[in-house]
Write a protein that binds this ligand. Structure first.
Ligand code: PLP
Length: 386
């Protein structure tokens, strides 16, 4: 079958080769520890699971959900944004329930990007900003995230002709994969840039609650003018250990949210009501639950950074996310170093070039494995000769 031109532009699944190697090693009886995926290992809070179970017994929840999400869910999201970020949202117009934040970029691109329009996409980055642009027949223009700029894009380096034909600027802070956080000045610059050039700014913010050392990551919507031109994607996946549940939210400018809702209504039928009730319970739970998870991740972060420094990789402690973005030793590429660590230590880490060409020279290490396994992984990595 002849595939569509747009599907042909979607790059091959970047970790296919790694998955093949892991499977082969496991078959050969090797004890493989994967630090490859950012997926919380700790369980969803018990009270959230209980709410799901109770709500699942209610026949009224067995029918199609309200497409935009239960009003109670959208109100809980608004309450959470007020409490966590001091952002005021109208639950009826400025909040949309999602089957996880992952689908949001597609609805945004489908709603605003025309054939041949550019979307500005960070490099390295999570893949959906690029792929959703391609699915919408747009063209990704990559913004390098360089260490010397604190992994923030240089907006002045984007050619004027590109900016003129741009519909959406995607950013993602706190950042996956680099662990970088944005300064307030950067968010202000982005808002001015969006206003001056009449484009939509989208901050993908699933790591906004996963922060360390007392750092609080702002929502992009906290800054003046952001609501005029922007949206933020958020999710229960990371702060409440709910990746498998598939629930998140898009919030921000009412026109943009309304347009995304049309794309969504025509492609899916919303989130299971029982999952929404469970999510309401999570959003209303004490913030100390998030603090408790962050304390666990912070200890793990310190363990990994210390181990990497002891083998000669110069790594700084990230203030947020559960990723360590480490430069590879001299003489190595991202791929060759990840392969060496896998062969000698049985530890899976991801080569940075999998996130874009400017990820070359780095590897990403995720700390979402139980403490004992992470310790074991670091003991093995300390023995790798670099
Ligand atoms: C995990 C992640 C998401 C997806 O979150 P879901 O709500 O589980 O779909 C989106 N963006 C980034 C950058 C992520 O790391």
């Amino acid at each position: 079958m002849e595939r569509s031109e747009r599907l042909k532009k979607i790059p091959p699944y970047l970790f296919a080769e790694i998955s093949r190697k892991i499977d082969a090693a496991k078959k050969a009886g090797k004890d493989v520890i994967s630090l490859g995926i950012g997926d919380p290992d700790m369980p969803t809070p018990h009270h959230v699971v209980e709410t799901l179970c109770n709500a699942a017994h209610e026949p009224k929840n067995h029918r199609y959900p309200d497409y935009a999400g239960l009003l109670e869910f959208r109100q809980a999201v608004a309450g959470w944004y007020k409490r966590r970020h001091n952002v005021a949202l109208n639950p009826e117009k400025e909040v949309l329930a999602l089957i996880g934040a992952k689908e949001a970029s597609l609805h945004l691109a489908m709603s605003f990007t025309n054939l041949g329009d550019y979307n500005l996409v960070p490099d390295p980055a999570y893949t959906t900003y690029k792929t959703s642009t391609i699915f919408a027949d747009g063209v990704p223009h990559y913004m390098p995230l360089l260490e010397k700029n604190g992994f923030l894009p240089d907006l002045n380096a984007i050619p004027k002709e590109v900016v003129k034909k741009t519909k959406i600027l995607f950013i993602n802070y706190p950042n996956n994969p680099t662990g970088a956080v944005a300064t307030p000045e950067f968010f202000k610059e982005v808002i001015d840039f969006g206003k001056d050039n009449k484009l939509i700014v989208c901050n993908d913010n699933p790591y906004g609650e996963t922060t360390y050392d007392g750092y609080k990551a702002p929502s992009f919507l906290e800054f003046k003018g952001a609501m005029d031109i922007g949206v933020e994607f958020n999710s229960l996946s990371k702060p409440y250990n709910m990746t498998g549940w598939r629930i998140g939210m898009a919030v921000g400018n009412a026109d943009i949210i309304g347009a995304m809702a049309i794309s969504k209504n025509n492609n899916d039928s919303g989130v299971f009501n029982a999952v929404q009730y469970a999510a309401i319970n999570a959003l209303n739970s004490p913030d100390s639950e998030i603090d408790r998870l962050n304390a666990v991740y912070q200890k793990r972060r310190d363990l990994v950074v210390d181990a990497l420094n002891s083998i000669g990789l110069k790594v700084k402690k990230p203030k947020a996310t559960f990723y360590i973005w480490a430069p590879v030793p001299k003489g190595h590429t991202s791929q060759s170093f990840a392969a060496k660590v896998f062969d000698e230590a049985g530890v899976v880490i991801t080569p940075g070039n999998g996130y874009g060409k400017y990820g070359e020279g780095f590897v990403r290490i995720s700390i979402t494995v139980p403490d004992a396994r992470l310790k074991e992984a670091m003991e093995r990595m300390r023995k790798v000769r670099v």
